[in-house]
Design a protein around this ligand. Sequence first.
Ligand code: M6R
Length: 614
Amino acid sequence: MCGIIGYTGQRPAGPILIEGLRRLEYRGYDSAGIALFDDRDGLFVQRAAGKVDQLVSRLEGTLPPASAGIGHTRWATHGGATDANAHPHLDPSGRVAVVHNGIIENFESLQRPYRQRGIRFMSETDTEVLAYLVADELARGLDLAEAVRAVIGMSEGAYSLVVITKDEPGRIVAARVGNAGGIVLGHNEDEKFIASDLAALLPHTRNVTFLEPGEVADITAEAVRYTDLEGMPLMKAIEVQSYDPVAAVKGRFKHFMLKEIHEQPVGTLDMIRGRYRLDPPSVDLDDMPFSAEQVRAFTRVVLIGMGTSMHSAMVGRHYIERFARIPAEVDNAAEFTYRRPVLDEHTLVISVSQSGETVDLLAAMEEARAAGCPQLTVCNVPGAQTTRVADATIYMRMGPEIAVASTKTMMASIIAIHAVALWLGRMRGTLDSSLEREQVEAAQHLPAAIGEALLLEPQIAQVARKYAQAEHFLFLGRGWAYPIAMEGALKLKEVSYIHAEGYPAGEMKHGPIALIDEHMPTVALALRDELHDKMRSNIEQLKARRGPVVAVVSQGDETLNGVADDVIELPEIEAALSPLVALVVMQLLAYYIALERGADIDQPRNLAKTVTVE
Ligand code: M6R
């Protein structure tokens, strides 16, 4: 959700904050603002509804030469996307400025005493009252860090918070409460940075410290002091990150989404490198902390995620059942947490998250931890919160994903679960060696197959032009292609705003077929596997009702020529990995339809890359 940035050092803070906001903008882009220490007026604050560009034009020529300040890019939760609701928020005297990510659940009761005294709030946010409270605590004689801890003690919810006061130029206090929204600090000798995620820090430093829930950092240019919420001092180490900031630029591509789709062949190679071994064929996940005895005792695997990550988990379920022969189920993390799932220490929980910050997923992981489940997480962002909760992490190795619509990380997370399934099968003795060989060899071909799928781009762009004006789309698949159909529909909705439904093809006759007419195209995934004939029948049923069909088929499959309106033929790949190659087609189709419709592809309306509120 919202992005937070802060800087204190010797250099002009304004440009550093603006650049940081641009890097964090994918987290939320309803409005943006900054607060800087200003010699003349105490605090200089500027805010603007809309994207960071709006803020920049409003700032034109007015930035004071401050060497410390904070900034925020917002995804609205309380109150619309207006100037008044943009952060930073100030107390009535302008002494304290606050930026915040997450939700203050009891903000109305915190506001009540002020309202009763006739004090007005300038915004509709749950944040503003925090500035009032911090100012009151300072007035009582507390210092800034003490005041922030006192206000945290009064506030309910999960959030991160960064606060400054004009009384102490150069001092910034940051806190993390609960699992909503990370805070990472960057350290250079005489300057410090604060950000919601690494991407904003890495152009400046690789020396970082992640705040854990319940930690407060008291920051000046020279030093950082850490405490818990009671004020007890904490020792925290500086980690050196190797994440590649250069990957976070668009290069020759018009959009990050297209760039990230094109990064998949190389990213896939990185995913399998060192994990899939040919001689003898096996998957090497030796860094897993689970003993052979523990693995043999697993009775069930539960895979959890949200959005695209849940779709990865849905494909992964097939792999776990097929290769490891363990009963596997998939759950939407937000549903999982609140239905009181039956869990025990023999249930392996596999969580999937690009960001590692998704609050629904973190809540589900806490539920699993409380039940004593061993946990493995698949994550793209080094050091993210999910990696701290889980017993083991498989990193996606995909570099920063900037487009709000996930693409390359879905590819990587499916591969990760494929590897886990093969590893579990071997550890449990349930994986036939010829099947193991087949899968390991197939994985070696995957990067090239994905590269060949990208060569379909001109054909896909043409199909996109043909259907770009449709108002509704249906996506159908069976087996492991069904989650890819779901993902095709999600991607299209996200970037083009076309209404799209993803269904298991067998379900079509049980309702959705009523929607079919000549105006409703269907993208049908008819991959060469044991369900192909059934899929073909479904396509015939669509055609009998005049529904336009785009069939996505395996190489050499001519059975749908003359039946479907458009046939997109995938490159050759072993059946279990064919969903990954089909995924590229779904991504490109959504991209090119959105392009035709002139949509804001990298930052679609209403969305945020990292969802840190429930
Ligand atoms: O960071 P995560 O993978 O946990 O995020 C989960 C979803 O919010 C995310 O996949 C979302 O659905 C994307 N916008 C999909 O493109």
